[in-house]
Design a protein around this ligand. Structure first.
Ligand code: PEP
Length: 252
């Protein structure tokens, strides 16, 4: 049984006081939730204070990106050691916004993933096709390439541990989500490709999240798909009520 993960991606939203308000209101509502993992990825400026607030709770802290070196002359970057120091258990890597605006490649994402694991941080590695690629019928080809490029060189143990997020680029922040069937088709393909590289046990254990315009109204049906193990949520994670409803997708 794969434990579902409901992960928020706050992107470049929330000041310190807004983040503190969210956490103060959110924690009591989810304090008894242990059948899912709840993760919040937030801007660097919030990590320290949020890390203090989340200590000892069932909500885990995540960063949204990371550099590959522990320390050094890399102005403006944040290291895995620093993320560990501040209490991060997770880090999102290779989000399509980073691939698009900051030109991150599969190879760079792969390096980051391997480094994060060395520091005991679980990477949530994002892959997904653009609208153009989907319209040209290239979705599975693109996903296959991203799996090979971004998710290679793992040990068998780490292959079970990482988290993969399938995020069709055309569905991120657009209000246009993939249908549950479209999501299932790609998730099943990812698991099959993963099995070809790492074998059947890691591929049965690895958790594959869907991301792309998830809302309380569409999440339950997406979660009902056999190979969908959770969600990576942008817009709908910014308000306590909607993120809470997503965490409780199977109860309300
Ligand atoms: C995301 O940020 O990864 C995301 C899926 O955003 P949204 O839910 O807003 O589409």
């Amino acid at each position: 049984m794969r434990k579902p993960i409901i992960a928020a991606n706050w992107k470049m939203y929330k000041t310190i006081s807004e983040g503190k308000d969210f956490i103060t209101n959110f924690l009591p509502k989810v304090k008894d939730v242990y059948d899912k993992e709840i993760v919040i990825a937030m801007p660097y400026t919030l990590l320290f204070v949020a890390g203090e607030m989340l200590k000892g709770t069932n909500v885990k802290l995540s960063a949204e990106n990371m550099y590959v070196e522990e320390k050094g002359a890399f102005t403006g970057e944040i290291s895995p050691l620093m993320l560990k120091d501040v209490g991060c258990s997770y880090v999102i890597l290779g989000h399509s916004e980073r691939r698009k605006y900051f030109k991150e490649t599969d190879d760079f994402v792969n390096q980051k993933m391997l480094v994060a694991l060395k520091y005991g941080i679980i990477p949530i590695v994002c892959i997904g096709e653009t609208l153009e690629e989907r319209e040209q019928g290239k979705t599975l080809e693109v996903i296959g390439k991203q799996i090979k490029g971004s998710l290679s060189k793992l040990s068998t143990l780490d292959a079970e541990k990482i988290v993969i997020a399938y995020e069709p680029v055309w569905a991120i922040g657009t209000g246009k989500n993939a249908t549950p069937q479209q999501a299932q088709e790609v998730h099943e393909f990812i698991r099959k490709k993963y099995a070809e590289i790492y074998g059947s046990i890691p591929s049965e254990k690895v958790r594959i999240l869907y991301g792309g315009s998830i809302k309380p109204e569409n999440f339950k049906e997406i979660m009902a798909q056999k190979d969908v193990d959770g969600g990576l949520v942008g817009g709908a994670s910014l308000e306590v009520e909607s993120f809470y409803k997503l965490v409780m997708y199977d109860k309300i």
